[in-house]
Ligand binder design. Structure first.
Ligand SMILES: *Cc1c(COP(=O)(O)O)cnc(C)c1O
Length: 379
């Protein structure tokens, strides 16, 4: 792709930080791990941070660490990355899909209570595309029904909710640092929490279930190797040190897209955040107007790609994936099923140039205009 959907932004200083680790004697479980955890905790305002191998392993360890297992139900959105529901199934619990609201594409708090049963143990709230979910309402429902709240903050590092950062509002928050995220460690994730006990459990589970008091080959419980290397952590520390300018740049890119695409009648542009919230821009996703179909969306993706422009289908609903077709689905998901087939992610990365944004917008508007004309003539 000439203009990819996403691209990492790695500075010379960051390359040097990783190289320094490679010249040291400690490549795992060393000082960079602790420093990275401290930096992330300080940035989001958490008392504890535990770094792990990915966002997915962070989600898994939250489910496991909260004692959720067979027979339990966890409320999740379907309009998100499949790892959210997979993490629930890893522990043989059941993901129960709830619909999203159309403004910010986050879990609709008005649809949560009807999905709660005596087996419901937790809600995984995703801050979709970096836009904070309605946490006040969701936390109130969770409190009323005695449910845990895990915030999937993998798309929302640095997003703000009423004066606080997302990730620290529920029982635990999970950050992800895959290369398409706001900052990257290559692969990696961090669980943040205010609970000392949960942090200690997750710390043990990431390293084969070994507790601090155990000897090296003494293991208290069944754990995993979800460790993250010192090289990943060194990259994360350096990336996080310039998060403010990264988020500023991404906001500027989003504004340019919105200005240039404003006149296109075929497109619905992303909304700004709710009052007292701040978006951390993860991707720039437009929707085709409701009169268009999934086939037309896929045609646009294909045409953009053939012009060297990386466009993506964000997200294919989880409940429609082959691996989930046999799972029980409780609620109807009309908003998810209406919006997901019309979503189109545009190239979005720190180093995208203004002339590249211009080219994406010109191509998109021309193609969208053409399918618009064709749709009208067909009627
Ligand atoms: C990226 C992402 C994750 C974590 O992905 P990994 O590849 O496991 O780091 C989890 N949830 C959501 C919503 C994501 O976008």
């Amino acid at each position: 792709m000439r203009i990819p959907l996403s691209a990492p932004d790695i500075s010379e200083q960051e390359i040097q930080a990783v190289t320094e680790v490679l010249r040291s004697t400690q490549l795992s479980l060393g000082p960079k791990l602790e420093e990275f955890e401290n930096c992330v905790a300080a940035y989001v305002g958490a008392s504890h941070a535990v770094a792990v191998s990915s966002g997915t392993s962070g989600l898994h360890l939250c489910i496991r660490g909260l004692g959720i297992g067979e027979g339990d139900e966890v409320i999740v959105p379907s309009f998100t990355f499949i790892a959210v529901a997979n993490a629930v199934r890893y522990e043989r619990a059941t993901p129960v899909f709830v619909d999203i609201e159309p403004q910010h594409l986050n879990l609709d708090p008005n649809r949560i209570e009807e999905a709660i049963t005596p087996r419901t143990k937790a809600i995984i709230v995703v801050h979709t595309f970096g836009c904070p979910a309605a946490m006040e309402e969701i936390l109130a429902i969770a409190k009323k029904h005695n449910l845990y709240v895990v915030e999937d903050t993998c798309e929302a590092l640095g997003a703000g909710y009423k004066g606080r950062k997302v990730g620290v509002l529920g029982d635990a928050g999970v950050l992800g640092f895959y290369p398409n995220k706001q900052i990257t460690t290559g692969e990696g994730g961090v669980v943040v929490t205010q609970s000392k006990k949960l942090a200690a459990t997750i710390k043990s589970l990431r390293n084969h279930g070994r507790s601090d008091s155990d000897d090296w080959y003494q293991h208290s419980e069944l754990g995993y190797n979800y460790r993250i290397s010192e090289m990943n952590c060194a990259l994360g520390i350096a990336q996080l040190s310039r998060i403010d300018s990264i988020l500023e740049r991404r906001e500027t890119i989003a504004k340019i897209y919105s200005q240039k695409l404003r006149g296109a009648a075929e497109l619905i542009l992303p909304n700004g955040p709710a009052a007292d919230c701040r978006i951390s821009w993860f991707v720039y996703v437009v929707q085709l107007a409701p009169r268009f179909s999934e086939t037309q969306r896929d045609y646009l993706v294909g045409e953009l790609k053939s012009r060297g422009i990386g466009a993506g289908r964000y997200f294919a609903p989880i409940h429609l994936q082959p691996v989930y077709r046999t799972e029980v689905r409780r609620a109807a998901l009309p908003i998810t099923e209406s919006i997901a087939p019309r979503c189109l992610a545009l190239p979005f990365f720190n180093r995208i140039r203004n002339d590249q944004i211009e080219e994406v917008c010109q191509s998109l508007m021309k193609l969208a205009g053409e399918i618009g004309v064709r749709a009208r003539t067909a009627v």
